[in-house]
Design a protein around this ligand. Structure first.
Ligand code: KG4
Ligand code: ZN
Length: 401
C-alpha cells in the first residue's frame, strides 16, 4: 500500500511517500523544508508566516517527492485532456483552496503536467499544532482528493511521533539515510514519553493505537523550556539543539565545578504531571544576577538545566513504567533528538529490562514519514478514510480511544 504523508503542523513542511506492507516500510520519497532559518530572526514561530511558507512549499515538495518515488508520469506533450476532461475538478479545488490562491495556481500547474499517481491513501496531520499552519496541509490534501479521488486519513501529529519510533532501519543508502525499515513489534502495555516544542506527555498505550494520557505538563513543554533558556542566554532559535551543544561542551570538560543548582519541579509529586516554568524562572533569575555571561558560564548553565530536565523526565517515566507494568518504552518528539535524554532513557529501559523504541534523530523532529506511518497503521487497524474533517490545533490523542 502506497501512502502520501503531509505534515504542516509547525515550522517544517513535509511530504513523504511510503510503500508499506506487513512489517516493512520502504520510503519511496521524502521531502522536508525547514523554515527554521526564517523564524530564527524573530526568535520563534509566527503561525501566519509558517502558514504562508507551507502554502509556498507544498507543491514543489510534492513534485520533488513524486519524482523521487518514480510516481511522476508526465502527460504526453500535446495531450492536455487528462484531469481537464473532468470539468468539475477545477471548480472543486478552486473552492477548497479559495483562501489559498497561490497554492491553487501552483497546484493547477502541477496537475496539468502529470497523470494521477498510483497512491492508495493520503495521510495528513490535522492536529495538534498551529491551526493556520495545519489548515494549509488539510486543504491541500482535500484538493488532491477532489481531483485524484485518493482517500484521506486524518492523522494525529503526536501519534506520528509514537509510531515512527517502531521503525528500525533495514537498508541505508549513502547520502539518503535509511530507505527501508522493519516495523518492530510493540509489547503492551507500552508507555510513550512525548517531548516536543508544544507537548510533554506520558501516554499509556494499552493496545495497538489505544491511548490514555496519564501525564501532561501544567505549564511549559520541555522543548519550550529549552527554547526559552536558549533565548535568555542569547543563543539562536530553535534553542534545544544549542542548549544541548553547550551542555555537551561543559560535560566534555569533566569539571568538578558546580556553581549552579536548579530545581527539579514536581519530581516527587504523586501524579505523572510535569512543570517546567519554575525551572525556567530559576535559570532566568540566575542569568539576571550574572554581570558577565561568558561562554563558559553559559555552558555550565546549559549543563545544569539539562540535568534537571533529565532527572525529572527519568524519575516520572520510571515510576509510570513500574506502576503500569509497562513492557515497551517509546520515546518521541523533537526533544528526543537530545543525545543526553536518549542515553538516559536507554539506560532506564536496560535497567528495567524492557523493550525500547527510539526514533532515529532524523525522524525525532517533525517530518512527513511519521505521518504516512501513522496513516498506514490506522488504515490497517480499520479506521475509516474521510474528507469531512477539520484542522484542530488542540487535537488530543485520547480522542482516538
Ligand atoms: O517535535 P518538534 O520538531 O516540533 C513540535 O511538534 O513542537 O519539536 C521541536 C522542539 C523544539 O522546542 C526544539 O528546541 C526541540 O524540539 N529540540 C531539542 C533538540 N532538538 C530539537 N531540544 C533539546 N535537545 C535537542 N537536541
Ligand atoms: Zn512534533
Amino acid at each position: 500500500m502506497k501512502i502520501l504523508g503531509i505534515e504542516t503542523s509547525c515550522d517544517e513542511t513535509g511530504v513523504c511517500i511510503i510503500e508499506a506492507s506487513e512489517g516493512n516500510v520502504a520510503v519511496l520519497g521524502n521531502q522536508l523544508y525547514s523554515q527554521v532559518k526564517l523564524h530564527e530572526q524573530y526568535g520563534g514561530v509566527f503561525p501566519m508566516m509558517a502558514k504562508r511558507e507551507h502554502a509556498k512549499n507544498l507543491v514543489p515538495l510534492l513534485e520533488a517527492c513524486l519524482k523521487e518515488a518514480n510516481l511522476w508520469t508526465a502527460f504526453p506533450a500535446l495531450d492536455k485532456a487528462g484531469w481537464h476532461s473532468d470539468d468539475g475538478a477545477v471548480g472543486r479545488i478552486k473552492e477548497i483552496l479559495s483562501r489559498e490562491v497561490e497554492l491553487f495556481n501552483d497546484l493547477v500547474k502541477l496537475l496539468e503536467k502529470i497523470e494521477k499517481p498510483e497512491i492508495d491513501a493520503i495521510a495528513v496531520t490535522n492536529g495538534p499544532g498551529l491551526e493556520p499552519a495545519l489548515w494549509v496541509g488539510v486543504v491541500f490534501a482535500k484538493a488532491l482528493n477532489a481531483v485524484w479521488n485518493i482517500p484521506i486519513i486524518p492523522t494525529n501529529h503526536m501519534e506520528g511521533h509514537i509510531v515512527v519510533s517502531a521503525l528500525s532501519p533495514s537498508l541505508d543508502k549513502e547520502g539518503l539515510g535509511a530507505v527501508e525499515y522493519k516495523i518492530k513489534e510493540t509489547k503492551y502495555p507500552a508507555l510513550a514519553l512525548l517531548i516536543s516544542g508544544g507537548h510533554t506527555q506520558l501516554v499509556l498505550i494499552k493496545d495497538n493505537l489505544q491511548y490514555e494520557i496519564i501525564g501532561n505538563t501544567c505549564d511549559d513543554a520541555v522543548g519550550e523550556a529549552f527554547d526559552k533558556v536558549a533565548r535568555m542566554l542569547g543563543l539562536p532559535y530553535p534553542g534545544g539543539p544549542q542548549v544541548s551543544k553547550y551542555a555537551d561542551i561543559w560535560k566534555a570538560k569533566n569539571s568538578s565545578i558546580q556553581t549552579f543548582k536548579f530545581p527539579r519541579p514536581m519530581i516527587n509529586s504523586k501524579d505523572f504531571n510535569f512543570s517546567f516554568s519554575g525551572l525556567k524562572t530559576s535559570v532566568l533569575y540566575t542569568v539576571k544576577k550574572i554581570e558577565n555571561l561568558t561562554e563558559e558560564i553559559k555552558q555550565e548553565i546549559c549543563f545544569e538545566f539539562q540535568n534537571a530536565v533529565v532527572d525529572v523526565l527519568i524519575t516520572k517515566t520510571k515510576t509510570a513504567i513500574m506502576e503500569y507494568g509497562v513492557q515497551t518504552l517509546i520515546a518521541g518528539g523533537g526533544v528526543i533528538a537530545n543525545k543526553n535524554i536518549r542515553e538516559a532513557l536507554k539506560k532506564l529501559a536496560d535497567e528495567l529490562n524492557i523493550e525500547f523504541h527510539l526514533p532515529e534523530i532524523s525522524t525525532s523532529t517533525d517530518n512527513a514519514l511519521m505521518i504516512a506511518m501513522a496513516g498506514y497503521m490506522n488504515i490497517v487497524a480499520g479506521k475509516e478514510t474521510t474528507n469531512n474533517f477539520k484542522a484542530d490545533g488542540n487535537l488530543s490523542l485520547s480522542l482516538l480511544e
